[in-house]
Design a protein around this ligand. Sequence first.
Ligand code: ATP
Ligand code: MG
Length: 258
Amino acid sequence: MSPVHAKSNTTPLLDIQDVTLVRGTCKVFDALTLQLNESRIGLIGDNGAGKSSLFRMICGLDAPQSGTVRVRTLDAHQVNTKRPGLVGMMFQNPDDQIIFPTVEEELALGLSPSGISRREAIGRARVFLTSRGLAHWSERTIGSLSQGQRQHVCWLALMIASPELLLLDEPFASLDLPGQALLGIDIAQASQQVIVSTHLLQHVRSFERVIWLDKGQVRADGPGPGVCAAYESDVAVRLAAQALSFNDGPADGANSSH
Ligand SMILES: Nc1ncnc2c1ncn2[C@@H]1O[C@H](COP(=O)(O)OP(=O)(O)OP(=O)(O)O)[C@@H](O)[C@H]1O
Ligand SMILES: [Mg+2]
């Protein structure tokens, strides 16, 4: 499978216009505007920058206080009812995503929009697991899996559901090195539009587009190598400044007795 080169469409695949989003007492986005057409997009930035919040808005879990979020011309909050197979999200925390007690049931859930029976969905889930060398996981209870294995199940659930737009929120975070490599290959081979948030920059550095979010604002937006390098050098500058301030000791008063 080669990635879809979605740029040729005239209507933006994903259109975020002048969005304000408040979560609790925190204004996460203020007048955020983004058009996301590329088939592979990386999302990077510090903890709290707004990566998960952006995904939650795109898949309709959180509605903005003002502005619009449109996916393939549909308002994001209508996607789940009108086109349930359009957007799929892999949650940062697997336990926020997984609903069913066993692996095969969780995977079968992703096939429900296709209208097939539960029995057939379970059968397809088993075939899919076998094709991935994971037949022995079919009847495993989710609670018996490690954190990384649960994250792996979340990715498998998204793969079998095969939505048109994949939002992967820190999908590499708990995976071991072989798991990260395999997920990287799956992402490269996926035919859908994929947006990946990560702190592991090597997984998005080669993407055609990477967006660096900084306190809810777009700090840099462009080809992966340049944006990742800009973020890394900013981090290096901040760490150097922090080290200097640690070396200086407490700001004042600490040496007054000497
Ligand atoms: N449930 C919530 N209620 C209130 N504020 C929240 C909630 N979740 C996140 N926030 C705030 O929204 C802002 C953006 O958080 P978000 O989770 O989107 O960041 P992130 O970039 O995904 O961070 P991380 O790298 O840690 O996953 C932060 O200031 C955070 O404290
Ligand atoms: Mg997050």
